[in-house]
Design a protein around this ligand. Structure first.
Ligand code: CMP
Length: 139
């Protein structure tokens, strides 16, 4: 089925002017950008978005990193969008990611890993609603 997922192009990628390169790989994987905006995350947004990781040792560094530069938040649409996006992103740690994936080709480290993508349809809906109003999404 055609579904939607939520993506973030992270500060390490925007800093290196890779917004287009990342988006091209998403599009070539069969995903369509149906909403997109470049923002600077507030502390409240970064902490709220990654709330499930609050007890993890990397939480504070992750929040600081996500506020360290612009990010591009996007809604992606395609056949099995969550899986399609996760496949093209590659493993969280770029050292473990397959060749040809965004993280293998572009990411710097497990933290500065260039992209975020939702891990389930349910989380995709929650994450999309965190950053976008329905009328901002144009399918
Ligand atoms: P993301 O998919 O956005 O979800 C949580 C993020 O935490 C992850 O990508 C990484 O950028 C970051 N992170 C930093 N350290 C770790 C770690 N040890 N394990 C998992 N995620 C980590």
């Amino acid at each position: 089925a055609v579904t939607r997922t939520f993506s973030i192009i992270k500060p390490d990628a925007t800093r290196r002017n890779l917004t287009g390169a990342v988006t091209k790989m998403l599009e070539e994987a069969g995903l369509r950008v149906v909403a997109s905006k470049r923002i600077r995350m507030t502390k409240e947004q970064a902490e709220g978005f990654y709330g499930v990781h609050r007890e993890r040792p990397f939480f504070n560094d992750l929040v600081t990193f996500m506020m360290s530069g612009p990010v591009v938040v996007q809604v992606l649409e395609g056949e099995d969008a969550v899986k399609r996006n996760r496949d093209v992103m590659g493993a969280t740690n770029p050292a473990n990611a397959e060749p040809g994936t965004i993280r293998k080709e572009l990411a710097e480290s497990i933290e500065a890993n260039s992209v975020h993508g939702s891990d389930s349809d349910e989380n995709a809906a929650t994450e999309i609603a965190f950053f976008f109003k329905p009328e901002e999404i144009v399918g």
